[in-house]
Design a protein around this ligand. Structure first.
Ligand code: NDP
Length: 485
């Protein structure tokens, strides 16, 4: 078991109290590392370093080209260490190694994308009517506080760091308490690549003792948060005191809608993939599966049959399709929902701990059928491999059920009728709607929620916008006095 120190102002460091907390391998329930348990004083140290690096030293002098090159170098370094990073990620959060490899590739791609975008940020000339030149400068917002969850640890770090650094911000990033290891690992690359001290700080700790002081800190200009709606609401309230810019990527209860004219085999695959990928620990999980009544029974039967082939196993086994849940707390939470579901609907598959594994936070892929959309398993985000299958009768019914949720992160519709599919796309209140697929996510395209799934957009050009201020410059071209008085 190793102690991994965090990274503040270009230095590896302990917390000021020399306090540590354990990090687990969820497949064995064993402690694999310890990391610093930070508090407000450590957060202050990191924020002061980020504020100093933003105000003076080499970082404010960098050109957009310089920042782009640094991001390309970071991407190259991540690619060079991809196998080791994927293994670390897989061990720490329990996701199958093959999925972790995709995540690391996407992480590098994200740094490359924003490396390329850094020098394509432009202002405008504004057509003011007087004899004057008005134009806009785009400037970094300042110190960005970034708080991320445990389901895609390094990828979520990249979604936050890459646009912020491209924009010229400096960053204090707090990983989730369960999964800090991959972010701490890449911190070892920063100095060597040429990021000045203080530009990127990685501070480990718990939400209430490290995350909350980061949100409250007066020298932080913007908070970018991904996590639960409950914590998102606390963050908005706290950020109000210092009028911080806030972007929130919260959870969802996303509908995956299947019409009778969809390709049946593709639909069954899509229903299972939509809800069981990454053990269901996905903010956009298609956890409400809406199926047209005319194919409903056949659909549920086929889903159940195919779900039996999902192979649970050790995260590092390349044949594994589903690993353990991330933590004891998440395991207990999902087990409670499995039991609740048995009282609310018909259990069609799974429903318990995976009997094949004596240790580790393994649960069975679980399918509940004949679920009422008012049931708690249809309304609350479970964040595990639990599907609620709901019958519907025609387009209007599908739209009504799909939109009847406080969330609005994602949705999918399956149909061979392009006109129908597009009618549904327009009617759904969600930040992304897939047609005949569910889950593909690309750095080139926007990501974010409607309703209580949050606000702001990450990825693509939208992502960098969230880290930029707009300054108007007005140049008077009249040589005469104003002449008002
Ligand atoms: P949380 O919202 O509790 O945590 C997300 C991040 O916020 C973590 O880094 C956490 O720290 C931090 N945090 C917690 N409390 C505070 C606070 N008061 N102030 C500032 N930061 C804080 O999510 P969980 O990780 O506990 O997961 C629970 C639920 O969150 C899931 O079941 C799901 O509903 C949702 N979720 C959504 C995700 C998405 O991508 N949209 C991703 C992950 C989770 P710490 O690690 O110490 O708790």
């Amino acid at each position: 078991m190793t102690r991994h120190r965090m990274y503040i102002n270009g230095q590896r460091t302990e917390s000021h109290r020399s306090a540590w907390f354990p990090v687990y391998d969820p497949s064995t329930e064993e402690i694999i590392a310890e990391v610093p348990d930070s508090d407000a004083s450590d957060i202050d140290r990191a924020v002061q370093a980020a504020a100093a690096a933003f105000a003076s030293g080499p970082w404010p002098q960098t050109t957009a080209q310089d920042r782009g090159r640094l991001l390309f170098k970071l991407a190259d370094r991540i690619r060079a260490h991809a196998p080791a990073l994927a293994e670390l990620e897989s061990r720490n959060c329990g996701k199958p190694i093959v999925e972790a490899e995709f995540d690391i590739n996407d992480t590098a791609t994200c740094f490359e994308y924003y490396g390329g975008l850094a020098n394509k940020v432009m202002g405008h000339v504004n057509p003011v009517p007087d004899n004057a030149l008005s134009f806009t400068l785009r400037e970094p917002v300042g110190v960005a506080g970034q708080i991320i969850p445990w389901n895609y640890p390094l990828l979520m770090a990249a979604w936050k760091l890459a646009p912020a650094l491209a924009a010229g911000c400096t960053c204090v990033l707090k990983p989730a308490e369960q999964t800090p290891l991959s972010a701490l690992e890449i911190a070892g690359y920063f100095e060597d690549i040429g990021f000045p001290p203080g530009v990127i700080n990685i501070v480990t700790g718990f939400g209430e003792t490290a995350g909350a002081p980061l949100v409250a800190h007066p020298a932080v200009s913007k908070i970018a948060f991904t996590g639960s709606a409950a914590v998102g609401k606390l963050i908005v309230k706290s950020a109000a005191d210092t009028v911080k810019r806030v972007t929130l990527e919260l959870g969802g209860k996303s509908p995956n809608i299947f019409f009778a004219d969809a390709d049946f085999e593709a639909a069954i695959d899509g229903a299972l993939f939509g809800v069981f990928i990454n053990q269901g620990e996905v903010c956009s999980a298609g956890s409400r599966i809406l199926v047209e009544k005319s194919i409903y029974s056949k659909f549920v039967e086929a889903m159940v049959e195919k779900s039996k082939r999902i192979r649970l196993g050790a995260p590092l086994d390349r044949e594994t399709k589903m690993g353990p849940l991330v933590s004891r707390a998440q395991y207990d939470r999902v087990r409670q929902y499995q039991e609740l579901g048995k009282t609310e609907a018909r259990l069609a598959a799974g429903g318990g701990r995976a009997a094949s594994h004596a240790r580790g936070y393994y649960v069975e892929p679980t399918i509940f059928a004949d679920v009422d959309n008012n049931a708690r398993i249809a309304r609350e985000e479970i964040f595990g491999p639990v599907a609620a299958v709901i019958p519907f009768d025609g387009e209007a019914d599908a739209i009504r059920i799909a939109n009847d949720t406080p969330y609005g992160l994602a949705a999918a519709v399956w149909s061979r009728d392009i006109f129908r599919a597009f009618r549904i796309v327009k009617a759904l209140r969600a930040g992304i709607v897939w047609v005949n697929h569910m889950q593909p996510t690309y750095v080139e395209a926007p990501w974010g929620g409607y309703k209580q799934s949050g606000f702001g957009r990450e990825l693509g050009p939208w992502g960098i916008e969230e880290y930029l201020e707009t300054k108007q410059v007005y140049i008077n071209l009249n040589e005469q006095p104003i002449g008002w008085y």
